[in-house]
Design a protein around this ligand. Structure first.
Ligand code: ZN
Length: 80
C-alpha cells in the first residue's frame, strides 16, 4: 500500500545506528514508508478516480486533482 502510483516510489530499507561515546553501540534494521495520500485525481484518459499518490508528487503538481466546483459557481448555476 505504501507505494506511489505516479512515480512508483516504494518503501526504503536501511539501518538505524545508535552512537554512544563516539562508538556504534547498536545497529537495527528499519524502514522508511512513503508519505502516500489517497486523493481523487483526473488521469491521462480524463477519468476521475482515487489513487495513492506520494506527497512529493502532489507538491510538484504532476497529478491533476479532481476538485469540487466552488460554492459560488454552484450558486450561479442554480440562479440561471
Ligand atoms: Zn510519487
Amino acid at each position: 500500500m505504501a507505494k506511489c502510483e505516479i512515480c512508483s516510489k516504494d518503501m526504503m530499507f536501511g539501518r538505524h545506528i545508535s552512537i554512544t561515546r563516539s562508538q556504534v553501540s547498536r545497529r537495527a534494521k528499519r524502514n522508511w514508508k512513503v508519505n502516500v495520500r489517497r486523493v481523487k485525481i483526473v488521469d491521462a484518459k480524463g477519468v476521475t478516480r482515487y489513487a495513492y499518490v506520494c506527497a512529493s508528487c502532489l507538491k510538484s503538481g504532476s497529478v491533476t486533482r479532481a476538485v469540487k466546483a466552488p460554492k459560488t459557481a454552484v450558486a450561479e448555476a442554480a440562479a440561471v
